[in-house]
Design a binder for this molecule. Structure first.
Ligand code: HEM
Length: 670
């Protein structure tokens, strides 16, 4: 609330500093539900090749990293896999393999692409040193939220962005450090930006590790793409669609989607093990997972990070099983539908449910319910009301400041010890996260899937604060070695790699107020933490967004301070209004019926666990929140469910089976 008042009176100063974000101003006013018939922008009737205008066929494109040229956009009931043609005016907006968005001009060291330097021209303080001296590692369990809350955040992240050229889990093929942690002295690859370990490092000095392998993100300069929007400075690329479209479940292209589809009854491909469905085995398991035996499981999914940690893998499997559960129901209801129709309809429902859980159950915890209402990220609707807030002028690209700084703040919520919890909620075992990075075998042996799922919904996440769990601060991806990488140091180094504008720049942008000296930071950062920053940085202008934003006192009702909250709110506003297929819309070409929308709104995280566990019988209704007198464990049969019978297609007699994807079924109201 404090932030909203603050933001409201700062609209004028925001205008004064030439805010580039078109949607930013909507951030400051609430409003009623846009009318069902409100059309924003012109209507499309004829297919147009929107790409043609800026394609130069004489240019040689050296790499597969450039966005594919989509065919002319046609009106389709379904999203494309790569995000193209979501925006019919700008069909390449939000596609896989395109640039992150920027709110502010970057601060590269050389103004073009080199990592950020101090305003004095010197190097910035060592990233691992900042991690060690400014950020803590205390274990502070959250009073109200479960690990599922943290884990879902990673799932939302993986749907929306993935830096190009990285792996975010398995060992990188580009080596900047030797395997025993020494800096490679000569012939260092141009993308190397290793993190040097301080001499007295509490962990790494024990093993003589001097260097953490860090590879820079690929940019539009590394991958010259044939469009004329290239700026005078580098823009990093993201290899997944920016839309909230379950691209990590379905893949980001036909090539990624084909190997994970069964092409039977609309289902995704699964391996059946002891009667339960798991993703198919990765064809190159040994290059993807950290296997201890060649037979070990390693999954193939829509996203290369599927195997990164057990909680993430479980969430991915839940969303995969949910697709197949919906597909089976649709097939039973509509025996005349072909594989493609069932696949697309199940995908559409799965995405809608996902968006609903994100906007109405999960994001309010993170961004604050009031904040979301006021800024039109959510609406108070009744029954099957549509919300027609699509705005084709808004670019859906994931903001660099969001993916590289603000959203990563929630790494603080990671819990490093995972409990196995029985149906009666007793703990039977606990595992170390760092023993199971890139080793998904743990989720499918015995009853582990359910025990870990119940663990996620029973065990508290770590409090959202300045602490990072030791499992990701000293042991990340350690692959059996005594120590590993430091996620916080990586986040700081990545901020420099991407040349994000400074914390102070973003304070000004967000209306928090530009600091003119160290003392001006104490409005939102404790004096003790300002002193720590002062001891490390040469100037208050040097403090990075990732660092300053993470030290801010939280806005009431939200889990972030005002600067991060501003960026997160802006991002999720864009993600919603820039998506022509957003599930609450009433557009006649893409909409659910009002009754179907009303059903989608019954989706919950608890229901997803109940429906897609191996044999989960009970759950608390609010699974992101800890069990409490107001949120008691109950039988799954008491948790509301989406009635899929509303998807029975009455438009053709049951014996006809001549449906095709583009001759989409007309779903009528009962
Ligand atoms: C056990 C849990 C998690 C692990 C092990 C993990 C690990 C990582 C790693 C290794 C990276 C890449 C670092 C780099 O090279 O720059 C990363 C990126 C990221 N993480 Fe996490 N993370 C976890 C949970 C989360 C959560 C809960 C959130 C947010 C709610 C989150 C948000 C992000 C974001 C936004 C990125 C950047 C994505 C991109 O654009 O490529 N992560 N994480």
């Amino acid at each position: 609330m404090r932030f909203l008042i603050l933001a409201a009176f700062l609209i004028s100063s925001t205008l004064a500093i030439k805010v580039p974000a078109t949607s930013y101003f909507t951030y400051h006013h609430g409003g009623s539900i846009p009318s069902q018939n409100a059309a924003i922008g012109p209507q499309f009737s004829q297919p147009v090749n929107y790409y043609g205008s800026f394609l130069d066929s004489s240019l040689k494109v050296p790499t597969q990293m450039c966005p594919p040229t989509p065919p002319p956009c046609t009106k389709s009931r379904y999203r494309s896999l790569d995000g193209s043609c979501n925006n019919l005016y700008n069909p390449s907006w939000g596609v896989a393999n395109s640039r992150y968005g920027r709110l502010l001009t970057p601060r590269y060291g050389d103004g073009v692409s080199s990592p950020t330097a101090s305003v004095t021209g010197h190097e910035l303080p060592n990233a691992r040193l900042i991690s060690l001296t400014v950020f803590g590692e205390s274990d502070v369990p959250d009073r109200g939220l479960t690990i599922a809350n943290m884990q879902w955040g990673q799932i939302v992240t993986h749907d929306m962005s993935l830096t190009a050229g990285g792996t975010q889990s398995r060992k990188h093929t580009t080596r900047c450090c030797t395997d025993d942690g020494k800096l490679i002295q000569s012939g260092l690859h141009s993308t190397c930006f290793p993190i040097i370990v301080p001499k007295n490092d509490p962990a790494h000095s024990q093993t003589g590790t001097e260097c953490m392998n860090f590879v820079r993100t690929l940019t539009d300069r590394d991958n010259f793409c044939p469009d004329k929007t290239q700026k005078s400075y580098a823009e990093q690329l993201s290899v997944v669609t920016a839309y909230m479209d379950l691209s990590h479940v379905y893949g980001n292209s036909e090539e990624q989607n084909r190997p994970i589809r069964s092409f039977v009854s609309g289902r995704l491909l699964v391996d059946n093990k002891q009667g339960f469905e798991y993703p198919p085995q990765h064809p190159n398991a040994s290059t993807t997972c950290d296997l201890q035996t060649p037979q070990e499981t390693c999954y193939l999914g829509g996203d290369m990070r599927i195997n990164q940690n057990p909680g993430l893998t479980i969430m991915q499997i839940i969303l995969l099983r949910e697709h197949n559960r919906i597909a089976d129901n649709l097939q039973a209801l509509n025996q005349h539908w072909d594989d493609e129709t069932i696949f697309q309809e199940a995908r559409r429902i799965n995405i809608a449910q996902f968006q609903h859980v994100n906007y109405y159950e999960w994001l309010p915890i993170m961004l604050g319910h009031e904040n979301m209402l006021k800024n039109e990220l959510i609406y108070q609707t009744s029954h099957g009301d549509y919300v027609n807030d699509y705005n084709p002028n808004i670019d859906p690209s994931v903001l660099n400041s969001h993916a590289t700084a603000a959203f990563r703040y929630f790494h603080t919520q990671i819990e490093g010890q995972l409990d196995f919890v029985a149906e009666e909620r007793t703990i039977s075992n606990t595992i170390r996260l760092s023993d199971w990075f890139n080793r998904p075998v743990v989720v499918e042996s015995g009853d582990n899937f359910d025990f870990l799922s119940r663990g996620m919904t029973t065990q508290p996440q770590e409090t959202t604060d300045i602490n990072n769990d030791v499992e990701v601060k000293h042991f990340l991806f350690r692959r059996g070695r005594p120590f590993g990488l430091d996620l916080k140091a990586f986040d700081i180094q990545r901020n420099r790699d991407h040349g994000l504008a400074s914390y102070n720049d973003f304070r000004e942008f967000c209306g928090v107020g530009r600091a003119h000296g160290w003392q001006d930071f104490i409005d939102f950062i404790s004096p003790a933490n300002v002193d720590k920053l002062k001891a490390l940085y040469e100037s208050h202008e040097d403090v990075e967004l990732t660092v300053g934003g993470a030290l801010e006192r939280h806005v009431d009702g939200a889990l972030a301070g005002p600067t991060f909250l501003c960026i997160l709110t802006e991002q999720f506003y864009r993600t919603r209004v820039a998506d022509r297929f957003f599930y609450e819309r009433g557009d006649s070409n893409t909409a659910f019926t009002s009754e179907q929308l009303n059903e989608i709104r019954k989706t919950s995280m608890a229901r997803l666990f109940c429906d897609n566990g191996n044999n989960i019988q009970q759950m608390q209704p609010a699974a992101f929140r800890r069990v409490s007198p107001n949120n008691q464990i109950t039988s799954c049969s008491n948790i509301p469910y989406v009635d899929l019978s509303l998807w029975r297609d009455h438009s053709v007699p049951a014996f006809k089976s001549d449906y095709t994807i583009y001759n989409a079924p007309l779903l009528v109201k009962n």
